[in-house]
Design a protein around this ligand. Sequence first.
Ligand code: ADP
Length: 707
Amino acid sequence: MSPFLSSKKPPEPEAARASLELLYDVSRELTSALELRTVLQRVLFLSMKTVGASTGTLIVLDDNYLPVESAMISGDVVTNQSTQRLRMTIEKGLAGWVIRNRQAALIFDTSQDERWVHQQYDEDSKNTPKSAVSAPLMVRDQLVGVITLVHSQVHFFMQDHLALVKAIADQSGIAVLNARLYAESQHQAQLMKALAESATAITATLKLDDVLQRILAQISRALRVEAVSLGLIDHEKDELVFHAAIGWKTLPDDKARVRLGQGVAGWVASDGHGMIIPDVHIDACFDPETDRRTGLKTHSIACAPIRDADQVIGVLEAINPADGGFETDALLMLTGIGSMAGTAIRHAQLFERLQAAHKSYRDLFDDSIDPIFITDWRGNIVQVNRRAVTITDYSKETLRGMSIFQLHATDVDQLGARFEKLASNETYSYESLLRTRSKHDLPIEVHVNQVFLEGVSHIRWIFRDITERKNLDTLREDLIAMIYHDMRAPLANVVSSLDVLNTLLETSGDSGLISLLSIALRSTERIQRLINSLLDIKRLEAGQPLGNRVLMMPNDLLNDAAETVIPVAANKQQTITVSPALRQFPVFVDGEMVRRVLINLLENAVKYTYTAGKIEVGCECNEEWVKFWVQDNGPGIPASEHERVFDKFTRLPNKDSQKGLGLGLAYCKLAVQGHSGRIWVESQPGTGSRFQFTLPTAQPENGDEHV
Ligand code: ADP
């Protein structure tokens, strides 16, 4: 038996003194301890001793009047009460009545008092009548606990006992509150420390698998549970996918998926609020599937959402705490880790994605079929891809010690002497020769632009090997040269013979033969024009000056060209309208050349305009310039091709599959530019095309002869 306890009633006259002594003892006991449980036990012991109780309970309440700590002494044995039992006491027992009414209560005979009726926990002496006294612990108006003392005899406790217990309750309220607040702050500090430790551990790596494992390890350590698992939400399938687990008896695999809303984890994932289920067998939320998934026998489970910013991205699930039940702050801890975990997981996922993107860019760079060189702004090579190594025949290391100038001659006009033009972020292209290790020169097309590597500005050089294209160009040109050199002389003979024949036939008056002959004549003249144009292209490209320049009137050129093409247009039921200049000035030109330019433009208009199309050719003059134009109502040319159609061998897709070499407009451009003029096209698809060119008028003082 405890030395404190006595079953004697204090003698009446000594009551006041005992009361004073007691209060003195209580305050001495209270000031010497701060730890909540110790404070409670001391207060309870003193009280029981003073009033001679056989059983005592002291319950501490939080701000919501829920029990946070308790002490129970039965005889001289200190016992622990389960949270559930405490709740029951508060809901149904005498202590509950005292809490609700904030009043002390004295029960002479518990068997005669309703307030005692529902008391169920007193298993030792179930229905034996007892006497009891209970008082609230108050600090100002705040209720902080309740003390209940019981004696096994009815009518043992009297009013003076009640007064004593009230005095103790009043005296100890503040100490109990202080101890509770101290305990809370201690707890909070521990929680914060544990969370801070977890944060340090979780964020110490960026590898996703490591991050997940560390999160689980931290929970397992903080909550001391049999198993922990982590599931992330798959939004496409509305499922929770378990990515990592500690303590599962089965391995998480593809089957470890739970539908959102299903079971505890699925519910927390969709609802976003954590929960503790102390006993899964009496909770409808628990899904037996959990046991199949984990291979465990679940008793209790705590589950909290993993949040990234405000979004729930997964859940943390802790199963079966080692101590039998989860502590009150287990959910707080789990939720805290869940919040940190979200950010850590997102960072790790972003890092993984970044690494994957980095790798795929690296692969693209390395596997490119074109050699690529990265240099600094002085041209020193800092990085090369595989193709750069094979094409140059230098090793990667050697190339890294070289300068881009050792490999090819840069185009200073385009890039600037110090590459200053590249700062505009545009890509510049030019042709050059790549000098390989074996001093072999490969024709290349170079594409250069500025790139940023890890935030630092560099220059990227893509060398496209154009050996094949160059070979083909040479082949084509050789072929053309061969054709026109070998055809020119015999064709001239055919044309002059046909001319003679024409003169002879005109006198015979045979109209059928005459028309046949004029067809043959026109066709041969066309071939002759083509060959001459080809020859001119070569000459003009080589920069040779124009010969045979004479003064000519623009309208003569216009009419001559139109006359040549009108019969061809007539075959397609097309009309050619001629609009000569009203006031004209002479031009100083190679007449045959300019005539061919006009014929080319007109023939194109006829060729690309549909049957029965309308074509107009005209010119207008001022004292400085003559402008010729050929307008059709054919298919038109997209703006992106307006420049390109004047390049050699450029042909656009056309509906009628018209054949051609793609040299006509290239010739026109060279011929017009050779005369210091300009040529261009104005057109939009579907609205026809208008080709125009200008030539300078002849200046009177040069004294050339007027034709
Ligand atoms: P070719 O007629 O032999 O193809 P050109 O150099 O004369 O070569 O013309 C280049 C391309 O420009 C043609 O293939 C055609 O696609 C386009 N083109 C030229 N004139 C016209 C036009 N009047 N209307 C529409 N497209 C045209």
